[in-house]
Design a protein around this ligand. Structure first.
Ligand SMILES: [Ca+2]
Ligand SMILES: [Ca+2]
Length: 72
């Protein structure tokens, strides 16, 4: 069961990871939210979101960080 949820989460994550390098930058996040959800967010809003999930402080969101946030 948990595996199914994790697979689904990974699919969501991969949608945000536009260049497929396994990390979601604020830029990628903003682009995807704007294109898929049709709601524009500002660069600083995207940065804030990524920063709030970025636990190792590299400025990008890894799947592990995304997953940890979902299980919080
Ligand atoms: Ca990426
Ligand atoms: Ca990170």
């Amino acid at each position: 069961m948990a595996d199914i949820v994790e697979t689904a989460a990974r699919k969501v994550f991969e949608r945000y990871d536009v260049d497929g390098d396994g990390l979601v930058t604020a830029d990628e996040y903003r682009k995807v939210v704007t294109e898929l959800e049709g709601s524009a967010i500002t660069e600083s809003e995207a940065r804030e979101l990524i920063d709030s999930l970025d636990t190792n402080g590299d400025g990008r969101m890894s799947f592990e960080e995304f997953w940890a946030a979902m299980n919080r």
